[in-house]
Design a protein around this ligand. Structure first.
Ligand code: ADP
Length: 194
């Protein structure tokens, strides 16, 4: 069985943590655009240097750059039998690009899992993470900007998947284990696993 899933949710919703669980459980690679950008920035590649200007201010990297990165990643052999995208698509343009990439092979997305948390919770979690991980985009000003970018640019993509009957909302409040159980239960139900 092959599964093509998207993990969505505001910054700090715990996407990265939960993506690992889901990908191990289903045997599909977790592909995080944020992670790819951070590794490109660390190696100071052309893409990394371009992305850094946007990421450091809490803005989205331009769609043309992001779509190309995903196109190349999905062409790798390990993604042929399914994948979990973490943090992509985040704009309507990215949805169209992804649809096209998959349609070329007669494929489509099975479900979008959306981890929901409030703005207050986002701020608290990211400030705490800043102390631990020291990510440059976890300062109060940049976090506030990322939250507003999320509401403006990214929330509309939830409607697109809701209209397709593909949106699964997950309550993101609680411990990592509690949220994991909700996600596993929702995935099992939707994909007919046990
Ligand atoms: P978070 O979910 O906390 O924002 P990510 O690691 O997913 O963390 O993303 C970090 C940053 O990387 C984003 O603020 C954005 O600048 C950039 N980025 C990640 N994914 C995308 C995307 N799909 N489109 C544009 N920019 C992205």
């Amino acid at each position: 069985m092959s599964f093509r899933l998207i993990l969505a949710g505001p910054p700090g919703a715990g996407k990265g943590t939960q993506a690992t669980t889901v990908s191990e459980r289903l045997g599909i690679p977790a592909i995080s655009t944020g992670e790819i950008f951070r590794s490109e920035m660390a190696s100071q590649s052309d893409v990394g240097l371009e992305a850094q200007r946007y990421i450091s201010e809490g803005n989205l990297v331009p769609d043309s750059v992001t779509n190309e990165i995903v196109r190349r990643r999905l062409a790798q052999p390990d993604a042929a039998e399914g994948f979990l995208l973490d943090g992509y698509p985040r704009t309507l343009d990215q949805i169209s690009a992804l649809d096209e990439m998959l349609a070329d092979d007669g494929l489509s997305i099975d479900a979008m899992l959306d981890i929901e948390i409030s703005d207050e919770e986002i701020m608290g979690r990211l400030l705490k993470r800043a102390e631990i991980e020291g990510r440059a985009d976890d300062t109060p000003e940049v976090i506030a900007h990322r939250i507003s970018v999320y509401h403006e640019a990214t929330e509309p993509i939830l409607d697109a998947f809701r209209e397709r009957g593909k949106l699964i909302s997950i309550n993101g409040l609680g411990t990592i284990g509690e949220v994991r159980e909700r996600i596993v239960a929702a995935v099992n139900e939707r994909l007919g696993l046990d």
